[in-house]
Design a protein around this ligand. Structure first.
Ligand SMILES: NC(=O)c1ccc[n+]([C@@H]2O[C@H](COP(=O)([O-])OP(=O)(O)OC[C@H]3O[C@@H](n4cnc5c(N)ncnc54)[C@H](OP(=O)(O)O)[C@@H]3O)[C@@H](O)[C@H]2O)c1
Ligand SMILES: *[C@@H]1O[C@H](CO)[C@@H](O)[C@H](O)[C@H]1NC(C)=O
Length: 335
């Protein structure tokens, strides 16, 4: 990517961010963000990746409040112990625990799944939430560009490895759900199948947007697979909006300054940002319905290209190669 297209990618991301902030500001003045209310969900089990901070923390807390057994998957043990204690105190739910899972390592993801499966628990909700944004060019343990590796490929592998448990845990009329957190930056993302790792040249903005676009394509293909198999599992995307979290620690200092000055007002709080994920995870309105892109607790359209089944299929196949797993969609859809 040339310096010019890198600058263009950055501008496009900032334009989307600015448009969203204006929309959020209007909404806050007109009717505000209203916490959705759900009935208790006893005997359900959820995994939330990146549940130690920001939107993931709020998501884990809200799910725990509904009586769900919540497993936080994250890569910081000491931080997690404190988080688990706080959520237990806040929600009076004792079934909150932490399991180590570094999404930047396929070995760690596999170990996490093994440990989880040894618990012989069902799995009703998987929230693919963890993410990094605008990090400098660096690679994961397996040599993947970090946005692509952590945000997308890590969750691709995790979901595939947990699919059997999700399938066994869902029941007709009470589906298991995969909720994947994307972002409005996917609207300006471009999927470069020939250079998914941004190796020829690097733009942090383009790499972040691409990872979020890939998550939408992945979710729709997953939903197509689940529908074709006729299993009681659904998959949807949650777009949290612009949320006041530490995700912004790597962005340009001017943006951080704006966030510091105005963030409390124009950004959503982590709780407000989490409501879309919680909604996607438990609302009865979406029972049996997947393949949705949800924003402010409503369905909306994602980028046109995300509905292209051929692009979805190509990305899925490539992701299987990169993670070394069997392409389970091939037996369903053929070549
Ligand atoms: N904030 C926004 O405006 C916004 C907008 C659109 C979409 N999103 C999406 O929302 C999701 C949550 O972001 P956030 O705003 O809540 O950011 P955040 O506060 O930085 O939280 C990100 C979480 O992901 C975890 N994480 C990072 N790398 C990981 C790894 N290698 N393995 C396991 N966990 C890892 C972090 O763990 P540590 O606590 O240990 O760092 C943290 O818990 C992301 O997918 C992001 O793309 C956010
Ligand atoms: C883990 O979290 C603690 C507390 O937030 C922080 O001080 C520490 O730097 C984190 N460790 C790593 C490896 O990120």
């Amino acid at each position: 990517m040339s310096p010019l297209s890198a600058a263009r990618a950055a501008l496009r991301v900032y334009a989307v961010g600015a448009a969203l902030i204006v929309a959020q500001l209007v909404r806050r003045c007109v009717r505000g963000f209203v916490e959705p209310v759900f009935s208790p969900q006893p005997n359900r089990v959820a995994i939330v990746t990146g549940g130690t901070d920001g939107i993931g923390y709020s998501t884990a807390k809200h799910l725990a409040k509904l009586g769900i057994h919540v497993i936080i998957a994250g890569n910081n043990d000491s931080k997690a112990q404190d988080v688990v204690r706080r959520i237990k105190e806040d929600t009076l739910n004792d079934q909150v625990e932490f399991l180590y899972c570094d999404l930047a390592s396929m070995r760690s993801i596999r170990e996490f799944v093994q440990t989880f499966k040894m618990k012989k628990l069902p799995l009703h909700v998987l929230v693919n939430n963890a993410g990094v944004m605008m990090v400098p060019q660096r690679t994961t343990e397996d040599g993947f560009e970090e946005h692509f590796g952590v945000n997308y490929l890590g969750h691709f592998l995790l979901t595939n490895l947990l699919l059997d448990t999700l399938q066994e845990s869902g029941a007709p009329g009470r589906s298991a759900r995969v909720v994947t957190v994307s972002s409005a930056t996917h609207y300006v993302g471009e999927l470069n199948l020939d250079d998914l790792q941004s190796s020829t040249s690097y733009s942090a903005h383009a790499a972040y947007a691409q990872s979020k676009l890939a998550l939408v394509l992945f979710t729709y293909h997953l939903q197509a697979l689940l529908s074709a198999r006729g299993v009681p599992v659904t998959a949807s995307v949650a777009d949290p909006g612009v949320v006041d979290t530490d995700l912004y620690r790597h962005v340009f200092w001017g943006t951080r300054l704006v966030k510091k000055l105005l963030g409390w007002w124009v950004f959503k709080t982590p709780d407000e940002g989490a409501w879309t994920s919680v909604y996607a995870a438990v609302t009865p309105a979406l029972e049996g319905l997947g393949g949705r892109y949800l924003y402010n607790e409503r369905e909306t359209r994602s980028l046109e290209a995300t509905y292209d089944p051929e692009l979805q299929r190509q990305l899925w196949a490539r992701s299987c190669q990169l993670t070394g797993i069997t392409d389970v969609t091939r037996e369903t859809f053929g070549e």
